[in-house]
Design a protein around this ligand. Structure first.
Ligand SMILES: Cc1cc2nc3c(=O)[nH]c(=O)nc-3n(C[C@H](O)[C@H](O)[C@H](O)COP(=O)(O)OP(=O)(O)OC[C@H]3O[C@@H](n4cnc5c(N)ncnc54)[C@H](O)[C@@H]3O)c2cc1C
Ligand SMILES: *[C@@H]1O[C@H](CO)[C@@H](O)[C@H](O)[C@H]1NC(C)=O
Ligand SMILES: *[C@@H]1O[C@H](CO)[C@@H](O)[C@H](O)[C@H]1NC(C)=O
Length: 554
């Protein structure tokens, strides 16, 4: 046993979306955290506004989706105005950020919510665990040891320093963060300083709230004004393009009125209070790896990219989720530390592809003219429903020859392909509870059964018998870390002796159709705590093989 006095299991440096999502994932797993941020106040600003369907699924797992849905807004039609004059509509179109709704895809469109708002919702959920962001607390240095990390933190207000002895340290400290630097990770890529943008959140009168308003194009003088989710006269503005001295305006916000007048050619837009002014400099960079030893990076600390198709906050949250459940299992002693290397194995190719997609889109955006709506397409792979980890060393699909070189597949998805191990786990509604702990007869869905702190083992057995004794196999594994669910076809009789945690009747066949399991097929599908299919296996032996990869031999 170690004699080191651990003061907290996990120290998280940086309370942006990535740090907040990671903290909430760990707390849901029963792991306590300290979450510090060097800023004196919570971040203001709309910044990243779009939440992809895939991110909404993660919010669902964490139980924060209802709060997000209650305040978010759908994208509005975009009006591009003719110049000079700036009032006549040159073109009106809607940003495409959706797919067809389907039983397997309940969240089928992007929703919009200012980053400040998303963050405050996450903090309110952390408060339910009695966890609060420690503001004005900066991580300055750390030292790694065999079984712990000693971190130096500094109170930004009075300059006093302290040490935190933790078992794990995660840097969610943003693009300029220190954790990546102290680890000596590279951050290669390029800067696109020439495309700096000015961001302003403000009150104004003279524009309707049912449209997003655009003058000019990024290739010349671009001004974009969008109503926010607030119910007052708040808008968010982005200016970019030729001849804009962004830093000068950040230093002299008085110049914003003149900027709006000159770029819209209108004098009827009346500016009110300026709430927040900032600049955004597109950089396209990523780390060579997501951590070293007991220290990891996630979010902007690991990757930055252009705002086009802005996969920024979405990807940061998905990093946090991928790392969170693994770290929890290792911290509890249920899984070997080697599980943590799969965080890098899984996220690195996804992020590399994400940089490629967003850069291509950005290059098209900055060269297109103002009426080109194709650059506003945020559908398809940008919805992130296709992101998968089929090549991962910890996924198992007994139906396929895994010697195939999966490294060359597109990590953002193979359109139209049936679900495989490594893919997003689809939703399936219309499931009737016929045996289990509560509310029998109630109709439920897989998305209400999956959870962020356990694997869900779906057993498809037409005769209720199951392919070998899965429940007994699962019972040898760590309790609480696994839930077994027997899925019967509609109208099948419940088995006499129920060994799984829950028995469901697949009333409308969605649980079979969504997972490509035939009516008479016997199959076991294992869904990870992050909503990814970990395994498609044929029986108890396969279940054992899968969990050996996660927990080590038990
Ligand atoms: C001004 C601005 C505008 C943006 N606009 C857009 C946009 O329009 N669209 C878009 O898609 N994305 C935008 N982004 C990017 C988006 O905000 C990020 O992708 C997202 O915030 C990433 O989340 P994160 O948690 O990884 O990092 P961040 O949100 O950057 O959070 C990092 C946190 O770490 C803290 N921190 C830093 N160093 C330390 C330390 N040593 N110790 C303790 N705490 C530390 C910081 O104070 C900060 O709160 C913008 C970013 C900025 C800065
Ligand atoms: C998240 O992804 C969606 C695509 O569905 C995109 O429209 C949105 O801009 C992204 N948001 C951020 C903040 O990256
Ligand atoms: C993205 O990948 C494609 C295909 O490999 C390539 O043609 C393109 O140049 C890449 N774009 C960037 C910005 O790297």
């Amino acid at each position: 046993m170690s004699t080191t006095n651990i003061t907290t299991p996990v120290l998280i440096a940086g309370a942006g979306p990535a740090g907040l999502a990671l903290a909430l994932t760990l707390l849901n797993n029963g792991i306590s955290v300290r979450l510090i941020d060097k800023d004196l106040e919570y971040h203001a600003g709309q910044r990243a506004i779009g939440t992809s369907p895939r991110t909404q699924e993660l919010w669902n797992l964490l139980g924060v989706l209802p709060d997000i849905k209650a305040v978010c807004v759908r994208p509005k039609p975009i009006c591009v105005y003719k110049m000079p004059g700036g009032r006549e509509v040159l073109k009106e179109f809607t940003m495409k950020a959706e797919t067809e709704p389907a039983p397997s895809i309940p969240y089928w469109h992007t929703v919009g919510l200012g980053q400040e708002h998303t963050q405050s919702i996450l903090r309110s959920h952390l408060a339910n665990f009695d966890c609060h962001v420690e503001l004005a607390t900066e991580l300055v240095n750390f030292e790694q040891h065999i079984d712990h990390v000693v971190a130096q933190i500094r109170n930004v207000q009075d300059g006093s320093t302290d040490t935190v002895t933790c078992r794990w340290l995660v840097g969610t400290d943003g693009a300029k963060g220190v954790v990546r630097k102290l680890l000596g990770l590279t951050f290669l890529g390029e800067s696109r300083e020439e495309h700096s943008a000015l961001l302003v959140d403000l009150h104004l009168k003279g524009l309707d709230r049912e449209h997003w308003h655009q003058w000019g194009a990024l290739s010349d003088t671009f001004l974009f004004i969008r109503p926010t989710e607030y119910k007052d006269d708040s808008f968010s503005m982005i200016a970019a393009g030729n001849g804009l001295d962004v830093e000068k305006i950040v230093a002299n916000p008085d110049e914003i009125g003149e900027l709006v007048r000159s770029r819209t050619d209108r004098d009827d837009i009346e500016l009110g209070k300026i709430k927040w002014v900032s600049s955004y400099r597109p950089n396209i960079r990523m780390v060579n790896k997501f951590g070293e030893g007991r220290v990891f990076v996630a979010g902007d600390a690991a990757h930055v990219h252009s705002p086009a198709g802005g996969q920024g906050m979405n990807s940061s949250i998905q990093d946090a989720f991928n790392l969170g459940w693994k770290l929890a299992l290792v911290e509890k002693g249920l899984a070997p530390p080697s599980l943590l290397s799969t965080y890098n194995d899984e996220r690195l190719p996804v992020i590399a592809k994400m940089l490629n997609i967003s850069t291509d889109l950005w290059d098209r955006t900055v060269t297109s003219d103002s009426g080109d709506e194709s650059t506003w397409n945020r559908g398809g792979e940008l919805l992130q429903l296709g992101i998968h980890y089929r090549w991962s060393p910890i996924v198992l699909d007994e139906r396929f020859d895994t010697s195939l070189d999966l490294k060359s597949v597109n990590p953002y998805g193979i359109a139209g392909d049936a679900v495989r191990a490594g893919d997003r786990a689809p939703e399936a509604p219309g499931l009737r509870k016929i045996s289990g702990p509560d509310a029998l007869g109630e109709i439920t869905s897989l998305f209400r059964i999956f959870g962020p702190s356990y694997h869900t083992v779906l057993v498809y057995a037409p005769d209720g018998q199951g392919p070998g004794d899965i429940a007994t196999a699962a019972r040898r594994l760590p309790a609480d870390a696994i839930r077994t669910v027997l899925i019967l076809p509609k109208a099948a009789a419940a088995p006499a002796a129920v060994t799984s945690d829950l028995v469901l009747s697949d009333e409308d066949g969605h649980a079979r159709a969504g997972y490509g399991v035939g009516d008479n097929d016997v199959m076991v599908v294992i869904v990870r705590p992050d909503g990814v299919v970990g395994g498609f296996v044929r029986g108890a032996e396969g279940v054992g093989r899968y969990f050996d990869m996660i927990f080590g031999s038990v």
